[in-house]
Design a protein around this ligand. Structure first.
Ligand code: AGP
Length: 610
């Protein structure tokens, strides 16, 4: 996700801003920029690529850098290619404001077209540039910059963490947050604003974490926080933090993996932002407007991304009305597949650089089939090579074990299924309204359950960590989740774990079951539950120890089963609460076993080799 740093104080601002951006590099980015006021003008210096490119741009600036306030930004592209024009900060047409933004403005297209009608011009594809010009437009009708900033934000739908400078207030920096973190650093005769404390930790450990819906104004000698709606002052205590840099980068979590598991509610909001309209029973995927309805879909991916496809295939069939097959890329690429011209090949890849998936893309691209990339990294090879691409907007995933990316892939594939069903009118609008209403509540529901699941997991994880062999069993979409659970467990704890379709057990694998072979059964209260209970009882009858993830009020389970309650969640969205349970299970087991959680042995974040 993007990184923000802003400064108002007594030091030369630009070098400090770049130093702060360097501390935010771990967040991942593809372009960067700074903005500052000098000689009664706002200067925006930006560059695509690494910070070194920005430093070259700054070093060629034609005058000494005297400004003692300014804003800096590292961009993780969500709207628009990663290039200099789209880099932040963005300047308003009148040169009066510069804005840096983290988040997604859902209604930016409407704002942009209204401003264009007023004569504004735009030089980027971002959702941020319309907002900085909206602030300038509002300033014409308000007595001060704070009111203009607030009025503009009240017209915005979506998530934002913002920092703003105003030409007529060279000493001040403004900030505002909604569904994206922002923190104020309280120094001596200097103040900071940043996406996380890492950016200014060497200068101050005194912080004010802005709350939802708050707006702040800082100068070298003053800090003020207001309610974004009313502009009533809000009193905020300054907290002293004792994190070191590493734990600050993890937001206080012990590992990136845990941080990214807990980011999943925010990721759900991001991936659905601007794409679902529950009231209207509609979904918006403008990237696919001109894509003809395929006669069949073939999903091709690796690892966790393959499991996303397995989970979504039933939805693409039941909701989208299109036959859907899922293949492992490393098999697909060598079996000379027959691809029809009426076929859509979807390549799922978080990194967009996985060699086997890229090879599959080349094969599909050489056929008459259409190709669609479903990626997280903007401008990645698969994203650029496919006919079309939709982005999961999960933000950079640092931990090698993929967690939040899978959550975003599942959500986006469910939106895709509805897109096909609604466009073909095979999915009733009234039912879409119901499903989308549930979908829109999922992030809050997950946010509420995660802390309890985190507290509950330890005894279960310790039991699994001491197993020598584990079956993960599931049926239907829970089989895909069982696959993911087994993959996570293997790659994090190095304990042998394999997933099986529960109905397959009697065809051989049950021969392995004895008191040393643990079974973890995914058994939410859905249409598969009665059969799952039978499978669990078959395992229990052979003395196999069982951990059952289930929902209270389901069928009776064997006395021997250790029960872990799945929070109430309507099918088919139960997967979004089962998934973090499996992730936490593997995380806690690996931690208990003393494994390297964020960098498991033998693994790479992106497998760019065969
Ligand atoms: C997931 O935890 C693994 N790190 C791995 O299976 C990964 O999902 C796979 O390599 C595919 O990566 P991609 O999504 O970037 O293509």
């Amino acid at each position: 996700m993007c990184g923000i740093i802003a400064y108002a104080g007594h030091r030369p601002a630009v070098p400090l801003l770049i130093d702060g951006l360097r501390r935010l590099e771990y967040r991942g980015y593809d372009s960067a920029g700074v903005a500052f006021i000098q000689q009664r003008k706002i200067h925006c210096l930006k560059a695509s690529g690494r910070l070194s490119a920005l430093e070259r741009t700054v070093s060629s600036f034609r005058m000494p850098l005297l400004a003692s306030s300014g804003i800096g930004h590292t961009r993780w592209a969500t709207h628009g290619e990663p290039n200099e024009a789209n880099a932040h900060p963005h300047l308003s047409n009148d040169g009066g404001f510069a804005l840096a933004h983290n988040g997604i403005i859902e209604n930016y297209r409407e704002i942009k077209s209204r401003l264009a009608g007023l004569g504004y011009v735009f030089y980027s594809d971002t959702d941020t540039e319309p907002l900085v010009n909206l602030i300038a437009e509002e300033r014409k009708k308000t007595p001060d910059n704070l009111s203009a900033f607030r009025n503009a934000l009240l017209r915005v739908d979506g998530a934002f963490a913002l920092s703003l400078i105003c030409l007529d207030e060279p000493e001040a920096v403004y900030a505002a947050r909604k569904d994206a973190p922002l923190v104020v650093g309280a120094g001596t005769e200097e103040n900071f604003i940043a996406s996380d404390v890492t950016a200014f930790l060497p200068y101050t450990r005194n912080v004010i974490f802005l709350e939802e819906g708050e707006i702040a104004r800082v100068t070298p000698s003053a800090r003020a926080v207001f309610d974004l709606r009313t502009l009533e002052p809000v009193s905020r205590h300054v907290r002293k933090i004792d994190w070191d840099i590493s734990s600050a980068q993890k937001g206080g979590y012990k590992h990136f993996m845990l941080k990214e598991i807990f980011e999943q509610p925010a990721v759900l909001r991001n991936v659905l932002a601007g794409r679902i309209n529950p009231g209207g029973g509609k979904v918006e995927l403008p990237e696919l407007e001109k894509l003809p309805r395929p006669a069949r879909i073939r999903i091709v991916a690796c690892g966790t991304s393959y499991n996303a496809g397995l989970w979504a295939a039933p939805l693409l069939e039941q909701w989208g009305g299109i036959p859907c097959a899922v293949e492992i890329a490393s098999e697909f690429r060598y079996r000379k597949p027959i691809l029809g011209k009426d076929e859509l090949v979807i390549l799922i890849s978080q990194s967009g650089e996985t060699a086997d998936t890229l090879a599959a893309l080349k094969i599909a691209g050489a056929s008459k089939a259409a190709t669609l990339g479903l990626c997280n990294v903007i401008g990645s090879s698969i994203a650029r090579g496919a006919d079309r691409v939709v982005y999961t907007q999960a933000g950079p995933e640092i931990s090698v074990a993929s967690t939040k990316a899978l959550c975003s892939q599942m959500a986006l594939l469910a939106v895709l299924a509805l897109h096909f069903g609604l466009r073909a009118k095979t999915f009733p609008v009234e039912k879409a309204k119901e499903e989308l209403a549930r979908f829109s509540q999922l992030a809050d529901l997950l946010e509420g359950h995660l802390p309890l699941l985190r507290r509950e997991v330890e005894p279960i994880a310790l039991r699994a960590a001491n197993a020598k062999n584990i079956f993960f069993l599931g049926r239907g979409q829970n089989y895909a989740l069982a696959q993911e659970g087994a993959l996570k467990f293997k790659e994090l704890s190095y304990v042998h774990a394999e997933a099986y379709a529960a109905g397959e057990m009697k065809h051989g694998p049950i021969a392995l079951v004895d008191r040393d072979f643990l079974t973890i059964a995914l058994a939410p209260r859905d249409e598969h539950l009665p059969k799952m209970i039978s499978n669990i009882q078959e395992v229990a009858a052979r003395g196999g120890p069982i951990i059952m993830l289930g929902q209270p009020g389901g069928e009776t389970t064997p006395e021997s089963a250790q029960f872990w309650s799945i929070p109430e969640c309507p099918p088919p969205f139960a997967g979004f609460v089962i998934l973090p349970m499996l992730q936490l299970l593997s995380y806690e087991a690996a931690r208990y076993l003393g494994k390297d959680v964020d960098q498991p042995r033998n693994l790479a974040k992106s497998v760019t080799v065969e």
